[in-house]
Design a protein around this ligand. Structure first.
Ligand SMILES: [Zn+2]
Length: 199
């Protein structure tokens, strides 16, 4: 039986992916050995992201400012948008240092089994970007996972965006079927980006 305050924190840890009750207890007891100042700093860092992190008004990625660092960088090519499902996919692509355009983060793939429809992800914001873009967007790269959900999302977007005068490409070559973008290594992603095909 744990004291209530400790149990409370254990319960919070178990809400994280891959953390069961035993691991949660281990983490909390590890924290209990730390200096009170470290614990306050940890708590403050959590509060800080709750209060200060927002979605970039353009690409919908997490940011501390209205426009994220990528969207506000004048050296990025604003005519190319790479669409990803998850911010971690964006990080994976940035680690290749091969892509100089902007991104659009959908937040999720379309997944009917989990009840995630096109209306639940940030497709509307993508369409608005294409319609309002100045200079015009010349290419949309769909960098979506090589699994059923990624495939469904890519097909939906390809159909939806067909009416706009923009080239739509899909990366994929070299990405093993069923793979998550965020776990692909930089070389694989680099090759997949290089070998993208128009759809
Ligand atoms: Zn942005």
């Amino acid at each position: 039986m744990l004291p209530q305050s400790i149990q409370n924190l254990v319960d919070h840890f178990t809400t994280l992916p891959g953390i069961g009750p035993k691991t949660a207890e281990k983490l909390v007891f590890f924290l209990l050995k730390r200096a009170p100042k470290d614990l306050h700093d940890f708590g403050a860092a959590l509060s800080h992201i709750a209060d200060n992190v927002q979605l970039c008004s353009l690409c919908q990625n997490f940011t501390d400012t209205e426009l994220c660092q990528i969207c506000s960088n004048p050296r990025r090519d604003k005519s190319v948008i790479c669409v990803v499902a998850d911010p971690l996919d964006l990080l994976a692509l940035e680690s290749t240092h091969d892509f100089r355009g902007l991104y659009h983060v959908l937040g999720h793939n379309i997944n009917p089994l989990e009840g995630i429809t096109p209306n639940d992800i940030r497709i509307k914001e993508l369409v608005q970007r294409i319609e309002k873009a100045d200079p015009q967007i010349s290419e949309i790269i769909l960098a979506l996972d090589a699994n059923t959900e990624g495939e469904t999302t890519a097909l939906y977007l390809a159909r939806l965006l067909h009416k706009y005068p923009v080239k739509i490409t899909r990366i994929g070559k070299g990405l093993p079927m069923g793979s998550d973008m965020e776990y692909a290594d930089a070389m694989t992603l680099s090759n997949a980006l290089e070998g993208r095909r128009e759809i």
